[in-house]
Ligand binder design. Structure first.
Ligand code: ATP
Length: 494
């Protein structure tokens, strides 16, 4: 019955009793207390499913691009559940939990949904933060309720299994005793452990599989990771080039693509993008195409969408002409040195303000790199310093625009030192004196800066031509940029 009707009836009774000379105050207090208690119990029992259950029904492993290792590991674990009768004869117990770990947007939720579909189970999705309330005991109550709801849902849908997907599991499964409100957190985690321990009960007609997801496996309580709870830990990494291509194919399915769209090229240009970034990229490209009044999405829309996804929307903010020239000099400095160390590496240079950046130079990578050599890191330091060096050479002084580049160069120098590749040899990063560290960082950085200044000095004339072009057009693609350097025979050796 709606609350308004109950309150109306209650008030009518109170008025009736009052008219008949009966003191209704105690009755009112009891009613109010009962109402508050009921509300509290209702709230503590609420399990909000973060994703509509229908969404899970349509996702299969074919809808997930890349992630082959994660898919295979997950599939093997799921086969144990699917073929439970067969494997139980061998004395193998089914898995109770699978933990998916990895960067945001890599497809953990999708994998959980596909897993649920694969074993034809009911699916409930919750987030760790939904369990935590100020009141002690509410989280534990919600965990009990969650497992109860999961069983009911499976029975209602005539399923033998239910997948409970807990996103951001670190919120409830962080190391116990570490939280300020730790009693509530600890009780919630304890209840989750109790429920998971009870999952293998033979008489249970519904088998429950808990799939947890986290970006922070490092802060999880060891108790949750011990075998018998989350038996499988599946790493979901950022996709490699092949994975990115597959994801791009999935997200351009059904979109009107022009013939010039080269998805392989886009996959190359999107190193470090997660699946969520790539989905967003395809969407932004379509929006850009529509904005420019076209019926199909062209390659240039994807290229602009990459800039947008990395840097943010174009800003109306227009720097002064002098500032624009400084930005152009800075970005061309980065590009010249990038091309010097790695021919063909410049993808675009732009001096249009986007997000936090006034301008930027984007490099393309031919291959994903997992190990960095000393010469690679030194070249990256040189590229980072080249913006400031170009400003100093062409304008006589530097600017605050280089502070981010300096931070980046320092981080790279530290990487050289801590990997034992500097002149200091092998060092212990925790006990190296700060003064020594600082001296070595400065040495590495100053060496590179000298080299960079020399190269820029030699190519001042070509640089000036590129800067003029950039001032006029605001953007220059890699090919055009290289055409300005073409006349320089053997550019690298010059
Ligand atoms: P978070 O850690 O932030 O919760 P997540 O890892 O759970 O993120 P999902 O919610 O599964 O990421 O993915 C977000 C969106 O990104 C998906 O809806 C999908 O559009 C896209 N996506 C991510 N990974 C993939 C993939 N491997 N294949 C296809 N699409 C993907």
């Amino acid at each position: 019955m709606p609350t308004e009707i109950i309150i109306g009836i209650g008030l009518a009774i109170v008025v009736f009793l009052f008219i008949n000379g009966i003191n209704a105050l105690p009755l009112m207090v009891i009613g109010l207390l009962a109402y508050v208690m009921q509300n509290y119990m209702d709230k503590s029992n609420i399990i909000k499913t973060s994703k509509p259950p229908e969404a899970s029904k349509t996702i299969t492993f074919d809808d997930i691009g890349g992630q082959e290792t994660a898919k295979n590991e997950l599939l093997e674990a799921l086969d144990f559940i699917k073929n439970y009768d067969e494997i139980s004869k061998m004395g193998i117990r089914p898995l109770k939990g699978i933990l998916l770990t990895g960067a945001p947007g890599t497809g953990k939720t999708l994998l959980a949904m596909a897993a649920s579909n694969y074993i034809d189970s009911a699916f409930i999705s919750v987030s760790g933060s939904e369990f935590i309330e100020l009141y002690a005991g509410v989280g534990a109550q919600r965990v009990r309720q969650l497992f109860k709801t999961a069983r009911e849902l499976a029975r209602k849908n005539s399923k033998r299994h239910c997948v409970i997907f807990i996103d951001e599991i670190e919120v409830i499964a962080g190391v116990r005793g570490k939280n300020t409100n730790h009693l509530e957190y600890d009780q919630t985690l304890n209840q989750l452990l109790v429920e998971m321990d009870g999952l293998s009960a033979k008489e249970d007609d519904v088998k429950i599989l808990v799939i947890g997801a986290t970006n922070r496996p490092d802060i999880l309580d060891p108790a949750i990771l011990r075998p018998g709870r989350f038996d499988r830990i599946v790493k979901v990494n950022l996709p490699d080039k092949e994975g990115r291509l597959q994801i791009l194919k999935l997200h351009t399915r059904g979109k009107p693509l022009a013939e010039d769209v080269d998805l392989e090229q886009i996959a190359k240009e999107t190193f470090g993008f997660s699946g969520a970034h790539l989905e967003n990229l395809c969407n932004e490209a379509a929006i850009l195409a529509r904005r420019s009044g076209e019926k199909v999405i062209r390659h240039c829309h994807f290229m602009e969408a990459i800039d947008k996804v990395i840097m943010g929307e174009k800003l109306n903010r227009k720097p002064t002409k002098d500032e624009m020239r400084r930005i152009a000099i800075h970005e061309c400095g980065h590009a010249l040195i990038s091309e010097y160390f790695k021919p063909n590496s410049v993808s675009t240079i732009t001096i249009t303000s986007r997000g936090e950046a006034l301008g930027y130079m984007r490099q393309k990578r031919e291959d994903d790199i997992y190990l960095y050599t000393k010469s690679y890191l030194e070249a990256q330091i040189a590229i980072a310093l080249a913006g400031a060096a170009a400003e100093e050479i062409m304008l006589g002084d530097g600017s605050t625009g280089a502070s981010g580049d300096i931070d980046h160069a320092v981080d790279l120098a530290k990487e050289i030192i801590f990997s034992g590749m500097s002149e200091m040899g092998v060092v212990d990063r925790d006990s190296i004196p700060l003064k020594e560290l600082h001296k070595e960082i400065s040495k590495i950085i100053n060496n590179q800066k000298e080299k960079v200044k020399e190269i820029i000095e030699k190519h001042k004339d070509e640089l000036n031509k590129i800067i003029d072009y950039l001032m006029e057009n605001e953007k220059i693609d890699g090919e055009t940029f290289r055409s300005f350097l073409k006349d320089l025979k053997n550019f690298k050796a010059a």
